[in-house]
Write a new protein. Structure first.
Length: 102
């Protein structure tokens, strides 16, 4: 029997946590509290799904070596691998330029 591999942890930088707060405030204001809750759930579930077996589907960010991106609805999750865990670096609207915000 092979040893059981631990599930990678997902953690957020302060900037990514602020991004989620801003997304929540905007979504709540424009679309209401129910849509805000649903959208944040989608973003958080997306972050949890970027596991080692799916990372090969992520695109790299050429101007930031070691950073990868994953599309989530109208936003893009930027992340990196840290000792087998997943660090969410930023969560930006798809129209935002990564070169200005990473």
């Amino acid at each position: 029997m092979s040893p059981r591999r631990r599930r990678p942890r997902v953690f957020y930088t302060r900037a990514a946590a602020r991004d989620l707060e801003g997304i929540a405030a905007y979504t709540r204001h424009v679309w209401g509290p129910e849509q805000c809750e649903r959208y944040l759930d989608v973003l958080e579930q997306t972050c949890e799904q970027i596991l080692p077996e799916h990372r090969h589907l992520a695109r790299d960010v050429p101007e930031r070596p070691g950073i990868f991106r994953w599309r989530a609805e109208s936003h893009v999750v930027f992340f990196r691998d840290v000792d087998g865990d997943l660090e969410i670096v930023r969560i930006l609207h798809a129209r935002m330029l990564p070169s200005r915000h990473l």
